[in-house]
Each structure stands twice: as C-alpha cells, then as structure tokens.
Design a protein around this ligand. Structure first.
Ligand code: BTN
Length: 239
C-alpha cells in the first residue's frame, strides 16, 4: 500500500537521524516528517547504547506532533511502532515476529529491530515526539553480546529498503489516525510470548525477577504478578 506521507527527507550519511530530526522539529517541521539515512556514524540505542548503523539497514526517525497525547502516554507510542513493524514484516515477508517489552522485535529469538523515542516538552505538554527505528535489512550487524538477525539473512536475498519504509509508514499512519492505545496494547499482547513467563529485568539501578502479568495500558509499564509491581523501563530476559 502507498503511504500518504509526503515529508520524507533522505540523507546518505548522518551522525544520527535522531539529531537531524530534532533540528528539523526545532525549525518547525510538521507532524509526520520522516528523516532517513543510508548510514549513521553515531547511531544510538536505548539505555545509552551504540546502534551499529552500516549501509544496508533501514534507519529513520519520525517526528510526531500529536496534541492529544499526555506526557505519561508517550511510551505507548513505542507499542504502536512495534505493532506497525510487526504488520509490515508479516505482510511483506510472511514472517511472524515476536514482540518483547518494552519495544524489541525478535524473529526466532533474535533481535531484528530497535526503537528509540525522545520526547520534547513545552510547559506541561508534549511539543513533539521523535521516534527512531533501526531495522536490520540488508546488513548483518556485528553485535557481540546480543543475538541479532536481519531480513536478508532470513530471506536470503537483497531487499528494497524503500518498499519496507513505505509499508511501515502506511501501517503506522493507520494506527495513528484512529489512535486507540487500549486497542494497540491488546493487539500487541497477542503477539508477545512473555505474558505469564518468569523473567529478569535489568534497569540502571537493579535486577528484578518476577512473572509477567500484564502491560499497563495507561503508560506501557510492565506489571509483575508479585505485588502487582510496575516497571517503567529496562531490558527483559526470559529466566
Ligand atoms: C535500541 O536500543 O534497541 C533502539 C535502537 C534505535 C536505533 C535507531 S536507528 C534510527 C534512529 N537513529 C538513532 O541514532 N537511533 C535510532
């Protein structure tokens, strides 16, 4: 399907699409402006990690200006992004991915994509919310401590980055146009295998072990069975 989004800016090389998107947003770029780069010199990930960004991967940031979203709800947008990516991968490649809290996409247990969001406030409101996506397509990332995969590894052919970007934007736009976080979380939960599983969550401060009960649909936190404890961020692993 064809996306209606017209504000797509392509770059050959950037330090990070997050930085360029911030620059564009500061200069008044409209809702749904997309910044794409063939490679990134300083690609960054969650929890201050580096995101390897060699040519062949799909690296982009979407600038969102959605007036109705509360600050607390900002993390929920990551669920919309991972759901749209799930649908894109299923539709284009007939591959069923698995979703992992908070915003990882795995195929056969290996990470294929990362999502990073940055929220910019004006007073008590979100002025813009930039969501960066790194999808391993024709690249095979060299990340020692993590199991990663890429679409070319799975499909054994070179794939068209623009087709993938276009399909993602089409799916994402559909979700955003009728934004219903309850529905998004419900659908997201159908595509994760972590519910009711014993997990370990590593945050900056501590390691927590517990059994996953649910996802809080008001802010995207993970809820554990043990005392209904809520966790807002972290890396989660099966025990
Ligand atoms: C993660 O740690 O899993 C999130 C990785 C996010 C990487 C993307 S690539 C496009 C955008 N630009 C960046 O510098 N980071 C995000």
């Amino acid at each position: 399907m064809q996306t209606n989004i017209k504000n797509i800016h392509f770059f050959k090389k950037l330090n990070s699409t997050m930085d360029k998107a911030r620059e564009f947003a500061k200069n008044g770029a409209p809702n749904f402006t997309v910044i794409v780069s063939e490679e990134q010199l300083e690609g960054r990930g969650r929890l201050k990690r580096v995101w390897e960004s060699k040519k062949g991967g799909l690296y982009f940031t979407v600038i969102l200006r959605l007036e109705d979203i509360k600050i607390k709800e900002a993390p929920l947008m990551n669920f919309a992004v991972s759901l749209a990516l799930y649908k894109t991968i299923e539709k284009l490649f007939n591959i069923k991915a698995e979703l992992k809290w908070p915003n990882d996409i795995l195929i056969e247990g290996e990470k294929i994509c990362g999502i990073l969001s940055e929220t910019f406030l004006k007073g008590s409101k979100i002025e813009y919310l930039n969501i960066g996506i790194g999808l391993n397509v024709n690249n095979i990332p060299n990340v020692e401590d993590k199991k990663t995969t890429s679409l070319t590894k799975l499909k054994k052919e070179k794939l068209n980055l623009k087709t993938i970007l276009n399909e993602f934007l089409y799916e994402f736009e559909k979700l955003i146009q009728n934004l219903d976080f309850k529905k998004i979380i419900k659908e997201w939960k159908e595509k994760t295998f972590f519910l009711n599983k014993k997990v370990k969550i590593i945050t900056f401060k501590e390691e927590i072990v517990g059994t996953v009960k649910d996802i809080d649909e008001s802010d995207g936190s993970l809820i554990l069975k043990e005392n209904n404890r809520k966790i807002a961020y972290g890396d989660m692993f099966l025990c």
